[in-house]
Design a protein around this ligand. Structure first.
Ligand SMILES: *[C@@H]1O[C@H](CO)[C@@H](O)[C@H](O)[C@H]1NC(C)=O
Ligand SMILES: *[C@@H]1O[C@H](CO)[C@@H](O)[C@H](O)[C@H]1NC(C)=O
Ligand SMILES: *[C@@H]1O[C@H](CO)[C@@H](O)[C@H](O)[C@H]1NC(C)=O
Ligand SMILES: *[C@@H]1O[C@H](CO)[C@@H](O)[C@H](O)[C@H]1NC(C)=O
Ligand SMILES: *[C@@H]1O[C@H](CO)[C@@H](O)[C@H](O)[C@H]1NC(C)=O
Length: 257
């Protein structure tokens, strides 16, 4: 009788543990099913384990919740599922250099502890979700070399911990939001090889003085008309000559007269 009771209790607590602990494993397993994985890098993602902490390419903290997913250059293809936004303690989402396609889910804006979102060198399409502007912890946002369209969300100006914003080699259009001038922590701002138009906001240029910006690359966009305006040229020259710490402001060739 006592033995039976103990067994029932063990099974119950196990079920409870599964219910409370494997939510994150369920999310990643669902993502595994949505991906093609020709190199079998996801073979260890076994949903029958109590939690995903022993799976390859997954790192947990001491509370057995996921803080990293490292699948750069892993040969995977397919979509990002919106459920990924449920990985509440995720700090690093490293999925660069794969063949991911479809859109970036707006739910990723729920990853309130995210430090690094690396989705560069994939085939993602659609717009950059404005919800990403809610991730105050974000330091690295690298979405370059995809096929992203639409505007750079104004909300990215809320990312006041951001050190790298790399959106180059997409098909982004519209103007560069002046809100990016809030990003005093930014070291690298790469927007080259898009279809951006309008003027480069003074707020952004002045980050060279008021912030940490050391590389601003705006080459190969549709900014040419404004880049050639004398007002812009004067201001840019003043910044370049005043600030010796700037290593590069790369842009389309300026007319000198
Ligand atoms: C993603 O790629 C797969 C395989 O090429 C294709 O079947 C699917 O339609 C693509 N999805 C999107 C949203 O482009
Ligand atoms: C996550 O984000 C989406 C879209 O931004 C939102 O609709 C949803 O309510 C959020 N989910 C949770 C669990 O916070
Ligand atoms: C992305 O853009 C490149 C270059 O324009 C193109 O070759 C490729 O087919 C596009 N991929 C998708 C998934 O749209
Ligand atoms: C983020 O930025 C947008 C647009 O600049 C603003 O309307 C919004 O209130 C900000 N959200 C947060 C959470 O700071
Ligand atoms: C600039 O970078 C330095 C060194 O990383 C850091 O200590 C400082 O707080 C940064 N400045 C701003 C305005 O973020």
């Amino acid at each position: 009788m006592a033995a039976q009771f103990a067994m029932v209790a063990a099974v119950l607590s196990c079920l409870l543990a599964l219910a409370s602990c494997n939510t994150e494993g369920d999310i990643l397993y669902k993502q595994r099913l949505a991906w093609k994985d020709p190199d079998n890098v996801l073979e260890s993602w076994d949903p029958t384990l109590v939690n995903p902490c022993t799976w390859f390419h997954v790192t947990c903290n001491n509370d057995n919740t996921i803080i990293r997913v490292d699948l750069g250059n892993a040969g995977i293809s397919g979509p990002l599922i919106p459920d990924l936004g449920g990985l509440q303690n995720l700090q690093y989402l490293e999925l660069y250099d794969n063949s991911l396609n479809g859109t970036i889910p707006a739910t990723l804006g729920n990853l309130s502890k995210l430090i690094s979102l690396d989705l560069y060198e994939n085939q993602l399409t659609g717009e950059i979700p404005a919800t990403l502007g809610a991730i105050g912890t974000l330091r690295y946002l690298r979405l370059y070399e995809n096929n992203l369209t639409g505007v750079i969300p104004t909300s990215l100006g809320n990312l006041t911990s951001l050190q790298e914003l790399k959106l180059q080699k997409n098909a982004l259009s519209g103007s560069i939001p002046s809100s990016l001038g809030n990003l005093k922590t930014l070291f690298f701002l790469k927007l080259n090889e898009n279809m951006l138009s309008g003027t480069v906001p003074l707020e952004v240029l002045s980050l060279v003085i008021s912030g940490n910006l050391t590389e601003l690359n705006i080459a190969k966009n549709d900014l040419a008309g404004t880049v050639r305006s004398s007002g812009f040229r004067v201001i840019l020259t003043r910044i370049v000559t005043a600030i010796i710490t700037v290593s590069a402001i790369i842009q389309d060739k300026l007319k000198t007269t």
